[in-house]
Design a protein around this ligand. Structure first.
Ligand SMILES: [Mn+2]
Length: 305
């Protein structure tokens, strides 16, 4: 008997940003066929990958962490870091954040609900941060790729091949300007571009998240994810095309979260899906149910509660 033996598995359920919505997470896991046994959700032949951003915003953050962490410890789930967990680590341990009052205040506001739940539970908070620091940033397993915001080949290589490895270290909390720091930001926060004041109708300059998987032959308005209606429908200048990755259809199936864009649940490309449906902002919690051997994503794979 080896509960983590990979022969046991027939597929993986990839779950997007949970943001403290423990009730919805239970509903989703049950919908996917997981049952709680001895306090851990398990499936006889499936494994979960959580795509990060499971803290902040929602009503039951400690319960959410308990569900996810108990599955991970029992070998029933793999967990990667999102930008919200990175910020929690930086807030708890990062000298660079403590030294920057405006950044500190911003992260503290983002963490308010999480900090309230851990108030007077200092040991649990320290244990949580220790656990987060051991989690990977990106994952390639059984032929699929998982990352919180953006699978950028060079950024993945920079992080995975560096001597510091595929998780947050103390030096990442002080060294916030080098290539590794930039790579971590791309993987967990995605890619943004800034519109010049001359074309920005609403406010200037406008920095926005882009459809990084596209090739850049887009209008300003189309380039955003979600699309930015205040931008014009003129084409992006060519010098911005290099911000886009033209994600190849020959890449493995790739899953990410982060964007919380309310939309019909469907693949962005035959090999690419975003699984953040804005659960703590009036949206839903979602997963992709992938079975080994499935080479192309389809709408049928999405499961939302
Ligand atoms: Mn995020």
């Amino acid at each position: 008997m080896s509960p983590s033996s990979s022969d046991r598995y027939l597929g993986i359920d990839v779950i997007g940003d949970v943001h403290g919505e423990a009730q919805k997470l239970r509903r989703l896991l049950e919908r996917l066929g997981y049952r709680e046994k001895s306090g851990v959700y398990r499936h006889p032949c499936r494994l979960v990958v959580f795509l990060g951003d499971f803290i902040n915003r929602g009503p039951e953050i400690r319960k959410t962490i308990h569900i996810i962490r108990s599955m991970q410890m029992a070998g029933e789930a793999r967990v990667i870091l999102g930008n919200h967990e990175y910020n929690a680590i930086a807030y708890a341990r990062g000298l660079a954040v403590r030294a920057n009052p405006s950044k500190h205040a911003k992260i503290e506001a983002q963490l308010a609900k999480t900090l309230a739940e851990y108030h007077l539970r200092a040991e649990d908070w320290i244990e949580l941060i220790d656990w987060l620091m051991g989690l990977p940033i990106c994952l390639e397993m059984h032929g699929i790729r998982c990352v919180h915001a953006c699978w950028h080949k060079e950024a993945v290589r920079t992080v995975v091949e560096s001597s510091l490895g595929n998780h947050i270290t103390f030096s990442d909390l002080t060294e916030t300007a080098g290539p590794r720091s930039r790579a971590l930001k791309i993987l967990m926060n995605g890619i943004k571009i800034t519109a010049p004041a001359s074309i920005t109708l609403r406010k200037a300059p406008l920095s926005f998240r882009i459809k990084w998987w596209m090739n850049g032959h887009l209008t300003w308005r189309e380039a955003g994810y979600p699309e930015e209606p205040s931008l014009p429908s003129s084409p992006l200048p060519e010098d911005l095309h290099s911000s886009f990755l033209s994600y190849s259809l020959s890449n493995p199936l790739t899953f990410f979260g982060h964007y919380g864009f309310p939309k019909p649940a469907s693949p962005l490309l035959p090999n690419l899906a975003c699984l953040d449906f804005g659960v703590a902002k009036g949206g839903r919690l979602g997963a992709y149910r992938w079975s080994f051997g499935e080479k192309t994503l389809s709408e049928k794979g999405f499961v939302l509660v």
